[in-house]
Design a protein around this ligand. Structure first.
Ligand code: PLP
Length: 429
């Protein structure tokens, strides 16, 4: 009997940085300090190599053609599915490739819309909406987990409600218990908000949704790169994540679903590769995941994402989480100590290493330019979360976000620069 190797619990970011050539970049005279990983992460050499190697020696159409290269490409593609599914503790059939989280959420919303139109037969009736049925999101959504539900409500007559966020950034669970009611059919929420960084109470929200007979949709974009993620254990019905935020390529993402949910859900995109039999009058569809994968798939990207999760697994997600928790404290404590800084959602809660803030008297875009002139890359603007910014009385904020390759020294350099912002713009010390 073989025993699994112990999972690493610590990591050395300096040692990992050698795998990320881009981190050697200089911005003018300054070394790059990349604090924009929540927008998109950097990719280790292993991910770039995996894509190049596939394109160089195995590129071919998958699930089609009987030739050797097609068989090899199909095997690599399906191995990639197994690896990425395994990363979130799912079976391969529970992982649908998408082009990203936005595509995954739209897929779910359109599939529910199709069920409402009577598509998918008897099994899909459980998803069908009637006018007045409820769709629930939170006030802390990325637009990707808001607008598809607004559109679904507009198409079906369902009503979209939201769970408010408290001043400290936490989800108001008391309000959730009254917003989620007997007519609620879908509860969609972020595992971690891309603005607040707080890990949301998944178990409580799932329990409320279950009690109402609603399905749950988890946006795991900002948790998948930072925490050990066991989607079946979280007991959500559906979840999405994004490859480019978790060291993988662009234009690839995952849609996870409970087996019974995916089996009952009608397709959204239709066409080649998702059918068994087609006549001029109709078609029969493959079971999941292929039912949801019409057309040519992002094969090299899937293989790149598999390399990314293998890399994360080798580093160890417990180690990633521990390292980033320490970075988060350093970042938050440092920002709290700088006069004129207001952190958005400053609860003492479980978090990822991300902080959004307002600098009193200085526009976020000016802060971004000031930092960029020192080689520090942050995100400024509304971060695709306008309602949440409005909630905090802002139109824009500055967001710093770290990843496994971020060092203490980089956080310190960032804090040092931020402490000079108000003085530079003549609005404070
Ligand atoms: N949801 C959250 C919380 C995000 O942070 C993002 C990306 O910024 C998205 C969804 C959209 O992801 P994608 O770029 O894969 O469409």
């Amino acid at each position: 009997m073989t025993t699994a190797p112990p999972r690493p619990t610590t990591l050395d970011p300096e040692a990992l940085r050698g795998d990320f050539a881009i981190l050697e970049t200089r911005i003018g005279d300054s070394p790059l300090v990349y604090l924009d990983s929540a927008a998109t992460s950097q990719k280790p050499r292993a991910v770039i190599d995996a894509e190049v190697s596939f394109l160089t020696s195995a590129n071919s159409a998958v699930h089609r053609g009987a030739h050797t290269l097609a068989a090899e490409a199909t095997e690599l593609f399906e191995d990639a599915r197994a690896a990425v599914a395994g990363f979130v503790h799912a079976a391969p059939e529970q992982l649908v490739w998408t082009s990203g989280a936005t595509a995954g959420i739209n897929l779910i919303a359109y599939a529910i819309g199709n069920a409402t139109l009577g598509r998918g037969g008897e099994p899909a009736r459980r998803f069908a909406l009637a006018p007045g049925d409820g769709l629930v999101v939170t006030e802390a959504e990325h637009h990707a987990n808001l607008i598809p539900w607004q559109e679904l409500a507009a198409r079906t007559g369902a009503v979209l409600r939201h769970i408010p966020v408290r001043d400290d950034g936490t989800i108001d669970l008391e309000a959730a218990a009254s917003v989620i009611g007997a007519r609620t059919r879908v509860v969609a929420f972020p595992h971690v908000s891309n603005v607040l960084g707080i890990v949301n109470p998944v178990a409580e929200l799932v329990a409320l949704a279950r009690a109402a007979g609603a399905i749950t949709v988890l946006d795991a974009c900002q948790s998948a790169p930072h925490l050990p993620l066991d989607l079946p254990a979280l007991d959500v019905d559906l979840a999405v994540f994004s490859g480019h935020k978790m060291l993988g390529p662009n234009a690839i993402g995952g849609l996870y679903g409970r087996a019974d949910v995916l089996e009952a859900l009608p397709p959204f995109l239709t066409g080649g590769s998702m059918i068994t039999t087609v006549t001029l009058d109709g078609a029969e569809y493959l079971p999941p995941p292929q039912r949801f994968e019409a057309g040519t798939q992002p094969v090299s990207q899937a293989i790149g994402l598999a390399a990314a999760v293998r890399y994360l697994d080798a580093v160890g997600m417990d180690a990633v989480h521990a390292h980033e928790t320490a970075l988060e404290r350093r970042l938050r404590d440092g920002l709290r100590s700088i006069p004129g800084i207001r952190l958005l959602g400053d609860a003492d809660a479980e978090r990822v290493a991300l902080a959004a803030f307002d600098v009193d008297g200085v526009h976020a875009h000016d802060v971004g330019q000031f930092l960029d002139a020192r080689g520090i890359a942050v995100r400024v603007g509304h971060h695709c979360a306008q309602p949440l910014h409005r909630r905090f009385g802002l139109t824009a904020s500055v967001r710093a976000s770290a990843a496994l390759y971020t060092t203490d020294a980089e956080i310190d350099e960032f804090l040092d620069a931020v402490s000079g912002v108000r003085g530079y713009f003549g609005v404070g010390r």
